[in-house]
Write a protein that binds this ligand. Structure first.
Ligand code: C5P
Length: 225
């Protein structure tokens, strides 16, 4: 049988990462967080003083960093030139700049190639999450899921996460605005915008528990595999 590829796309804060990792663990598949790769590229650009608003500069530089993604659902890691950047890629600075870097076609071409390579070497198959998994990277995926949640549910989940980390209310408000800006940028860019693939199944997580979402997706995959 062809290796299983589960493509999971959706906006920031839809619960994608948590859900994708849990589905991979449940089904015994590898896991690929493609957002982490765009973040790693952005982290490298910032560390090397590349002006991330200058698409030409980003296009020229993006071939330089060696980005390696771990695909273990139990603890995915990501390295740039051998350095583990799993922590730094979650910084507010990287988060606020990543959409600009991700909009550059040369960046996407390079990372898409790496993403397909990860799927090829995954022994039992892979759950890949991002914005264009079903629409561009894995058009032949076994199952395609588009995760959404109402604006309110997404904002509330993000806020709860941040509160749990001890982040203050003003910062939470600022980050919510940033999230909306990032979703708008990701959805409106020319190359591989965030879009539901024609053959993707829409799962609205607003009123579902994590367990219900995992059951639903695992069920869809088992139906199709
Ligand atoms: O998933 P995460 O929020 O970590 O993704 C960070 C950013 O990476 C997104 O806002 C988007 O700009 C970019 N991205 C993308 N295509 C993907 C995954 C992420 O453009 N497949």
């Amino acid at each position: 049988a062809a290796p299983v590829v589960v493509a999971i796309d959706g906006p920031a804060g839809s619960g994608k990462s948590t859900v994708s990792r849990a589905v991979a663990a449940r089904l015994g598949l590898s896991f690929l967080d493609t957002g982490a790769m765009y973040r790693a590229m952005t982290w490298w650009m910032l560390a090397n003083e590349v002006d991330v608003q200058d698409a030409d500069a980003v296009a020229i530089a993006c071939g330089k960093p060696v980005i390696v993604s771990g695909t273990d659902a139990a603890g995915p890691t990501i390295t740039v030139d051998g350095q583990d950047v799993s922590g730094p890629i979650r910084s507010q600075e990287v988060t606020s700049q990543v959409s600009a870097v991700a909009a550059v076609p040369q960046v996407r071409a390079r990372l898409v190639e790496l993403q397909r390579g990860c799927a090829e070497v995954a022994e039992r198959g892979i759950v890949a999450e991002g914005r264009d998994m079903g629409s561009v990277v894995f058009p032949e995926a076994t199952a395609k899921i588009f995760l959404t949640a109402s604006e309110a549910a997404r904002a509330e989940r993000r806020a709860a996460e941040l509160r749990a980390k001890g982040v203050d209310a003003a910062t939470i408000t600022a980050m919510a605005a940033d999230l909306a800006r990032r979703d708008a940028a990701d959805s409106s860019r020319e190359t591989a915008p965030l879009v539901q693939a024609a053959d993707a199944v829409l799962v609205d997580t607003s009123d579902l528990t994590l367990e219900q979402v995992i059951d639903r997706i695992a069920g869809l995959v088992e139906e199709k595999a």
